[in-house]
Design a protein around this ligand. Structure first.
Ligand code: PEP
Ligand code: MG
Length: 759
């Protein structure tokens, strides 16, 4: 059964459109279960009906013609109950509704299973048989497995179908909505520009070209380059390979023949596709053919074809214009399968107005960077067929995490109004720059910023930041090809320290791992967030740690505003070991003649184990800072990067609030200052609660600093304490959100809450 399932899924995956997807499913399932009928009823949201969309065994003419209202018939019952219904004789069931013209009268046995994707019902998969008998357990299990596995493919094909209708020759307007999660608030309207990592065939976007001759020439050039490379590799390995392995190289060369793959690609280019897109299609079809073969050896050849495809794609990409030469359109909305921090730097900032990532979530590091740059961002739009939307107009709603492709004029006008409102609010906040974050009853709250990019410094100072609470040193490491030298690091760090002096600058030691890999230091793990991360990596590599500390200390020479912070600490030994290495670096530099002062040292509280050791840490360090982004993911066991569980990543979860309050109390018992540098401090409601908990410093993204200041200046410390005392005993997250929102409105701070978004 498993093998049948694998094959069906593979074939369905390769089907070009929704119609073919459904068609393959009904044909294959009917054959696999050896039943008389297999049909799919899809939910038509607009008509509120289940429509027969594909069948094998019923009258083909009724496809697309017959339908049931919601709740009608046994199909409606399956959908309503969201569970399988297995009947030996459906026609005698009280809910049975005969569908005229389908010819289903003669079928008695009925098994229907719901097709559900991300809690949303898409339709119902049904098998029927003439016999009066119950489908057995293994058949039912097969159907449930099938439906669960195919729901994602069906949803994707549905979405792709709607995009094709939008982008096809007769472009239609549509308010086709895709759901993701907010990465950075704000609205952006502009053309989509799809960016793909190099040599990723699946990620190649569709693109039409006019100059067919030039495109064919480009492809032929890449082809001869690949041929040359393969021959060269074949010759150099000839002596070490067995004859059948040597033959593989000949097979490769033959595949590149004009009568084989190459010819097919050229034919597609002649139909108007750009070379990369044509290559992707042809390789995809061949890979699919091979993967369906029964012979495991032949099946394996699919990977050879993929490899060839990748090589040709690399050559094509290398011969294309460098990223720096690409002319990006005005108001670019950058779209990627997985947005990376490095990609953000590729588009000139004056052209970039929005970011959209199919993968990742609201607290992925790319989203955090987007927030620091203030670029509206939507993450985790998992159903978006992103390779099909190049050049199409997109509305990106960073408040609700929604994306609309090729929107109607009405919807565009609505969102233009929101953009105008936003601009007015932001203009109103500009005057706050030199005013303190002081509550109406005189309580003063220091507001610091989180930085990482060079440009953050100017933005932060413009917005009145009083210090840096978190400088993410891994970001300059991520945009290079190898570890930066001590001198490189010193220069980079000096820029931050100097620009802020005499204000404090908190530099976090290298925090890689998790969703922050270095391209030149790959870490491959099953559970990267529970693996080799942060301090664990740097303590295992003292040569990296000491060089970084030396660079920080040298950069701070004469400025004396450096604070060093240790990430992902879980036990006191890590703190003791780090302090020893820091002391060693101070000692060395002094011996080398530098005038180095002992920096302040702090730890981040990011994991539950650290929460219960705050006092022990506090006795060893000068300050404590809470990394609420990680603390939330570890407390709630929710991967901050995984869009599937984004809805469970809740910053105002009662357990998170309790932990945050506990940490502040514990740190103060040791008279050690406690700050927070997670994203929660960037939210006006969160900032009010954290102030009330007793946090000494709030560190946030520069974009939100004026909003937070405005909120704190609009409330008294006493009111904040009252609000906290009410919220801390609440156990429903929605109610907590509502309470926070209502409080901001009551205080006349309504403009800090989300604008009203059209549904
Ligand atoms: C955090 O985890 O809250 C934090 C500030 O660090 P990062 O987001 O870089 O992991
Ligand atoms: Mg962290």
């Amino acid at each position: 059964m498993l093998e049948t399932l694998r094959k069906i899924v593979q074939e369905v995956n390769a089907a070009p459109d929704l119609e073919s997807v459904l068609d393959v499913i009904v044909r294959r399932v009917q054959r696999a279960i050896r039943t008389d009928v297999c049909s799919i009823y899809m939910l038509d949201q607009a008509r509120e009906r289940y429509v027969l969309m594909a069948t094998q065994g019923l009258n083909q003419k009724s496809v697309g013609q017959v339908s049931l209202s919601l709740g009608e018939g046994i199909v409606g019952m399956v959908a309503k109950r969201a569970e399988p219904i297995n009947l030996e004789n459906a026609s005698i069931h009280s809910a049975f509704a005969y569908l005229k013209g389908t010819g289903e009268k003669k079928f008695h046995a009925f098994l229907g299973v719901p097709i559900i994707h991300h809690r949303t019902l898409l339709g119902v998969l049904v098998v029927q048989q003439k016999l009066i008998r119950k489908f057995d357990e293994s058949e039912e299990a097969f159907m449930v497995t099938m439906s669960a596995q195919l729901a994602g493919v069906i949803a994707h094909a549905e979405a792709t179908g709607s995009i094709n209708r939008i982008s096809g020759h007769n472009k239609t307007e549509s308010d086709r909505k895709f759901e993701g999660v907010s990465g950075c608030v704000g609205v952006a309207i502009g053309p989509a520009v799809v960016m793909t990592p190099l040599a990723d065939l699946d990620g190649v976007p569709d693109r039409q070209i006019d100059d067919i001759k030039a495109e064919v020439a480009k492809f032929k050039k890449a082809l001869s380059q690949v041929r040359r490379d393969i021959k060269k590799v074949g010759r150099s390995l000839a002596k070490r390979l067995r004859s059948e392995e040597r033959e593989l190289f000949d097979v490769y060369i033959r595949m590149l023949d004009d009568n084989a793959l190459a010819g097919e690609v050229i034919a597609r280019i002649k139909q108007g596709s750009w070379a990369q897109g044509a290559l992707k299609k042809v390789i995809g079809e061949h890979v699919h053919q091979f993967s369906l073969m029964d012979d495991p050896y032949l099946r394996e050849r699919a990977s050879d074809i993929r490899d060839l495809g990748r090589r040709m794609l690399t050559c094509l990409q290398e011969s294309g214009p460098a990223l720096s030469e690409i002319v990006f359109p005005e108001n670019t909305i950058l779209v990627a399968d997985e947005l990376t921090p490095a990609m953000l730097g590729e588009v000139p900032t004056e052209k970039l107005i929005g970011l959209l990532s199919v993968n990742g979530s609201g607290n992925s590091h790319a989203a955090i960077l987007a927030r620091s740059m203030g670029i509206p961002t939507v993450m985790g739009v998992v159903d978006l067929p992103y390779t099909r939307i190049e050049g199409l107009k997109v509305i990106l709603d960073g408040y609700s995490g929604r994306v609309f492709v090729n929107p109607s004029d009405d919807l565009s006008r609505c969102y233009q109004d929101i953009i105008r409102e936003e601009n007015e609010v932001n203009a109103g906040l500009e005057g706050l720059k030199d005013l303190p974050a002081e509550t109406t009853d005189g309580y003063r709250m220091p507001l610091w910023v989180n930085t990482g990019l060079v440009t953050d410094v100017a933005r932060s100072l413009e917005r009145g930041a009083e210090g840096i609470g978190l400088y993410r040193t891994e970001i300059p490491f991520m945009i290079r090809d190898f570890f930066p030298s001590e001198q490189d690091q010193t220069d980079t760090y000096r820029q931050q320290l100097e620009a802020f002096a005499p204000r404090p600058v908190t530099m976090r030691t290298l925090d890689i791992g998790g969703d922050k890999p270095l391209p030149y230091f790959p870490i491959v793990e099953d559970n990267p967030f529970l693996g080799w991360r942060g301090i664990r990596v740097t303590l295992d590599h003292p040569e990296i740690f000491i060089v970084q500390i030396r660079a920080m200390l040298r950069a701070a020479e004469g400025l004396d505003n450096l604070r060093i912070m240790l990430p992902m600490v879980t036990n006191v030994q890590e703190v003791d070991d780090s302090k020893k290495l820091i002391a060693q670096a101070v000692e060395e530099l002094r011996e080398e003649g530098y005038s180095i002062n002992q920096p302040l040292i702090g730890v981040m509280i990011e994991v539950p184990a650290a929460v219960y050791q705050v006092r022990r840490f506090a006795r060893r360090v000068d300050f404590i800072s809470v990394g609420s982004n990680d603390l939330t993911q570890y407390l709630l066991a929710v991967d901050r990067n995984n869009p599937r569980v984004a809805g469970l990543y809740v910053s105002y979860h009662p357990a998170v609030l309790k932990a945050l309050q506990f940490i502040a109390l514990e740190a103060h018992k040791e008279n050690v200052s406690v700050s927070i540098c997670g994203e929660m401090a960037s939210d006006p409601g969160g900032a009010i609660l954290l102030m009330a908990m007793g946090y000494d410093v709030l560190s946030m993204n520069a974009t939100n600093l004026p909003k937070v200041k405005f909120a704190l200046r609009g409330i008294s410390f006493e009111q904040a304490r009252e609000l906290l005392s009410e919220i801390i005993v609440m156990d429903n997250v929605d109610k907590i959100h509502m309470k926070l929102r209502q409080t901001l409105m009551d205080l006349g701070l309504g403009q800090l809450t989300r604008p009203t978004i059209p549904d």
